[in-house]
Structure formats: structure tokens, C-alpha cells
Ligand binder design. Sequence first.
Ligand SMILES: Cc1cc2nc3c(=O)[nH]c(=O)nc-3n(C[C@H](O)[C@H](O)[C@H](O)COP(=O)(O)O)c2cc1C
Length: 166
Amino acid sequence: MNAIFERTSVRQYTDETLSKEQIEQIVKAGFCAPSAVNAQPWEVIVVTDPKELEELSHFSPYAMCLKEAKLGVVLLANRDHQFGDAYDVMDLSAMSENMLVEARSLGLGDVWLGGYPEQERVEFLKTFFKLPENIVPYWVLSFGHPLHELKPKDKWDPKKVHYNTY
Ligand SMILES: Cc1cc2nc3c(=O)[nH]c(=O)nc-3n(C[C@H](O)[C@H](O)[C@H](O)COP(=O)(O)O)c2cc1C
């Protein structure tokens, strides 16, 4: 699957918007992720409104790219469906990577914008979206058409791979 090898964080986007089909395809890919005991604790907020994306960019000092993004996806865990706090993080991480790779396969660029465990970022998201107590926000993914050619980093390091014994 070339999208995995082509994926790299993209923080600058063109003015071109994403189609409804592209957005649905990305989010659907997220829902295909594995989750512990198949709890599927996830929910998402799909943000496409430019003003809202601009406001959302203030949730973290490292999320300025949301100002240019055409889609933001906020990852949420529903405590009523969770297997455990740590499992929520794993399940939402699996979901996130699926969405990042799917967007790449559609020719789009994206980046994961960290929230949890930075409590002030989590609190910002809770307040911003007026979330009920049982819904916990974790982080945000940013998407758009890449402004520049992608240059994935070469991270392959055979020395870090141990076969049968350390
Ligand atoms: C948990 C997590 C949090 C991240 N948070 C941010 C962030 O807040 N802002 C940002 O610009 N990039 C963020 N990134 C992207 C990383 O900086 C990026 O993945 C890393 O530098 C490797 O580069 P690559 O994605 O191009 O391979 C985050 C990635 C992960 C997995």
C-alpha cells in the first residue's frame, strides 16, 4: 500500500476544498480501525467551516496549520463505551492512522495535532465544543490539498528490528 510509504506530515495546504465524498471516505476509514474488545469507543467532530477551523487552531500552540486546513477531525472517546482509559488512546490512535493514510491515498495531505495528555488542550476542546461529561476529546487531525510536493522522511532502520531474539 503506497499511501503508507508516501505519508508524511503536511502543514501547508492550497485553497481547494475537500469534496463530501473525500471527507466521508476519510472518516469511514477511521471507523474500520481495530479496537480493544471491539469497544469502538470513538466519536468524531468533522469541522469544515473556515471560521471554526481558525478558532480551533488555538487549541494548541502547534496547531496553526488548521487556519489553512479544509478539514479538521476531532477525536473523541465516549466513556459509556470504553474498555479502559489507556485502551481509548490506543483505539483512537489506530483510528487516526487509518484516516491519515486514507487521505494520502486520495492525494491529500494531513497531520496529527497532539492534544492529550496536555490537559489545557483537552480542556480547550471540551469547552470549545461544549462536550458532555462522558465525551472526552483527545486530539485533532488536519487535512487539505498539499501546497508542496511531499517528501516523506526515511525512517527505516534495520538495526531496530530484532528477529526471534533481542
Ligand atoms: C501523537 C502525535 C502528536 C503530534 N502532534 C503534532 C502537533 O501538535 N503539531 C504538528 O505540527 N505535528 C504534530 N505531530 C506530527 C509529528 O511532528 C510528525 O509525525 C513527526 O515529526 C514525523 O514526521 P512525519 O509525520 O512527516 O513522518 C504529531 C504526531 C503524533 C503521532
